[in-house]
Design a protein around this ligand. Sequence first.
Ligand code: SAH
Length: 344
Amino acid sequence: MKKILQDLNFNQLEELVLSLGEKSFRAKQLYEGLMRGKKISEINVSPALRAKLLEEYEDEPLKIIKTLTSADGTEKYLFALADGNVIEGVLMKYKYGNTQCVSTQVGCRMGCKFCASTLGGLVRNLSSGEILAQVLVVNALYGGLKDKRSVTNIVLMGSGEPLDNYDNVISFLQNVSASGGINVSARNISLSTCGLVPKIYALADENLPVNLTISLHQTTDEGRARTMPVAKKYTIAEILKACGYYFEKTGRRYIFEYSLIAGENCDKEHAEGLIALLKGKPCHVNLIRLNEVKERNLNTITEKDAYRFLGMLEKGGLSATLRRQIGADIGGACGQLRINYLSD
Ligand code: SAH
């Protein structure tokens, strides 16, 4: 595979252009084109520069090879990378704008029992440019420009564990929020992690105030370890402490994801457990009914029971919402589309 031009920030692109013996205004043209989701071969620079770039860089680091549209308007994309690997992404349409869910790795090595992304293990990390290109391509698909974006919010909740690909994810966050670029503000970006504690501290120190989301899904370490192997490494207490540090450094309230799994985590004792853990903390709980994955033997609960669980949390003083289950008819859960594609 060749190199990925979208890995470079504007200054690096300018250095590259100068090193190829071209004038620096060419870097502006290139950057403008890349931010509009164009291939190198489509960007209006001199043919000589284009040819030099194409010798070393992928013309198109990623392209959409399949789109599924849900009855609720959610779109799911299967992207092919330049080396033939596939990843997936989702665009959720809300009144206030469009939220894109991006992948950070091909596969995942965290092993969560409810998740389809981890079924084949980790294949490889995505480069920062491959993560960025997902946003650029989808933004362009909807006619979004650099300054008038059609993708307004980003969540790092596709395949992969973002903090397990730390350096590339940090570069992506810097590049996607750069003021001269597509400029999605860190406040409109959420990073979701299964709880890699040392990396949460590192992220807090990056001065990139993204919304931190933790996949909690349980109220005790033993219970959590049943579905999330990472729980054997980091305790809930350690995670909460790291979240406290994140709040101290960024002033951002943090969020807990809690997927409701029948017989596992949504009885009265779990509501009480959550209240005991989280009451009084600057956080919010997002409940979501499990998206059932056919390779996994776990079931969701009824909507009525989900609302009952939500009611218990609210009564206990927690700020919580039950997320609308969107795109369930198109394999909305992480990794489902890729798994279906790979097993076809
Ligand atoms: N690795 C990161 C981000 C990717 S997953 C993390 O663990 O947070 C995004 C969210 O979807 C996580 O909260 C994850 O636990 C949850 N998830 C994965 N599979 C799911 C499923 N089948 N149903 C409901 N939520 C799921």
